[in-house]
Design a protein around this ligand. Structure first.
Ligand SMILES: Cc1c2[nH]c(c1CCC(=O)O)Cc1[nH]c(c(CCC(=O)O)c1C)Cc1[nH]c(c(CCC(=O)O)c1C)Cc1[nH]c(c(C)c1CCC(=O)O)C2
Length: 346
């Protein structure tokens, strides 16, 4: 048993209630976040400032009452430290000025240990949070899945069609694999360093998993996530690993998911009952309320009640099925968190 119910839940141990946190819980829906963000300057300035990044990491624990803090940073600091210049353009999201289009572009990037060692501000943030976080709360570190990171590195920005990375998938798969290999090797060391700096668990976000057709998903994404998980589980068996591939209900349906990790993050497009039937004995399940339900207390209650009933035997962690949106009323986020605890109390 751990002093943190989130960690017990990740390992499927009995807990007094089902723990809850929200993806993207440190962010713009909180006025306290917006205040710190203004003081810091740009979004990247905030990521680079350990004192302020630690402050916003802790905000949702204090304000909303979640059972775990998630490191405040962004998945894209990794390619940024590999040498790709990153900007967050207001209204447009992240932009890389020099996307990868060739082997030469890739070869220019820093890899392995050298890249992982440049992320010192992240490790500093973790050390500060560790000191300030209450003993009964868990601290989650994270990274982007190699595929999701590669989509930004190749396209140069967010995309709805993924044309350039999918063109590469079918016309030059060796180059795409070389990119994924280089990113995978950095992410392994990056997460290892997060663990050494003090996080209690890690989550890998494959937010754009659904862009890949099912017969290619394993080859271009999942196997790299599983490789990272295996590396971490062999070295740190006591640290739960959570994998979140968004939009792969068809795999869940076939019970295809494999790998040595602890928690499977269920997105909002996959029915939790299906995930429970197909994967619930092998993995603890996290999720999966549709984030837009947070706009309505009635819609929130309807979902939390049915999740609590379905998962009343445990092996569950409450979360949204993707990130919280910036204009959700804070009061509704608090309501969600307290309802999850209340309705799952054993
Ligand atoms: C795809 C992705 C990104 N970043 C992330 C993902 C995977 C998760 C997901 O699918 O939502 C992960 C992420 N980004 C952020 C966190 C912080 C921790 C948390 O609270 O979960 C985490 C875990 C902060 C952030 N990352 C970003 C913000 C907003 C920046 C601001 O304050 O202006 C925050 C709080 C910026 C960001 N970062 C990214 C985009 C597309 C954007 C712009 C869109 C947007 O604004 O939401 C890339």
């Amino acid at each position: 048993m751990s002093d943190k119910i989130f960690i017990d839940a990740c390992f499927g141990r009995p807990t007094p209630y089902t723990p809850v946190w929200m993806m993207r819980q440190a962010g713009r829906y909180l006025p306290e976040y917006r205040k710190v963000r203004e003081k810091a300057g740009t979004f990247l300035d905030l990521c680079h400032n350990p004192e302020l990044a630690a402050e916003v990491t802790l905000q949702p624990v204090d304000i909303v009452g979640v059972d775990a803090a998630i490191l405040f940073s962004d998945i894209l600091v990794v390619p940024n430290e590999m040498g790709m210049k990153l900007d967050f353009v207001a209204g447009e999201g992240p932009v890389f000025a020099d996307p990868i289009r060739s082997r030469e572009d890739l070869d220019r990037l820093i890899g392995g240990k050298e890249a992982a060692e440049k992320l010192t501000y992240v490790y500093e943030t973790i050390k500060i949070v560790r000191e300030r976080l209450a003993d009964d709360k868990a601290f989650i570190g994270f990274a982007g899945a190699p595929w999701t990171l590669a989509t930004y590195m190749i396209e140069g920005q967010g995309t709805k069609t993924y044309t350039l990375c999918k063109k590469m998938m079918y016309t030059d798969p060796e180059l795409l694999h070389a990119i994924l290999r280089k990113v995978t090797d950095v992410v392994k060391l990056y997460l290892e360093k997060q663990i050494e700096s003090g996080v209690d668990a890690v989550q890998i976000f494959d937010s754009w998993a659904s862009a890949i057709e099912p017969s290619k998903y394993d080859e271009f994404s999942w196997k790299y996530m599983v490789e990272i998980a295996k590396y971490l589980k062999e070295k740190y068996p006591h640290i739960p690993v959570i994998l979140f591939p968004k939009g792969i209900a068809s795999f869940v349906e076939r019970g295809w998911v494999y790998g040595n990790f602890d928690v499977f993050g269920v997105d909002w497009g996959t029915p939790m009952a299906l995930a429970k039937e197909k994967l619930g004995e092998r993995y603890v399940l996290q999720g999966n309320m549709e984030p837009c339900r947070l706009y309505s207390k009635e819609a929130t209650k309807e979902c939390v009640s049915s999740l609590a009933e379905l998962m009343k035997d445990g092996r569950h962690i409450f979360n949204l099925g993707h990130g919280i949106l910036p204009d959700v009323p804070v009061e509704n986020a608090k309501y969600f968190v307290s309802l999850c605890k209340e309705l799952s109390r054993r």
